[in-house]
Design a protein around this ligand. Structure first.
Ligand SMILES: [Zn+2]
Length: 64
């Protein structure tokens, strides 16, 4: 089989530092990734095109 999979890295821009963020191809909505540059957590708010937003800060204490 000669299936050619062209995997284009999806690039988006970090809303925090405006650096291009390379993301995986199979992004899903609401997925949270880290900006490699500023380490900010970014939430995927849209795909095609990928749009990132600052992820809401999750408090570590979930009140368990
Ligand atoms: Zn950043």
């Amino acid at each position: 089989m000669t299936t050619r999979e062209e995997v284009d890295p999806v690039s988006a821009v970090c809303p925090e530092c405006e650096s291009p963020v390379q993301t995986s191809v199979q992004l899903r909505l609401s997925e949270v990734i880290d900006c490699a540059d500023c380490r900010t957590e970014l939430e995927v708010v849209a795909v095609e095109p990928v749009l990132l937003a600052l992820a809401p800060e999750v408090e570590e204490d979930w009140g368990e």
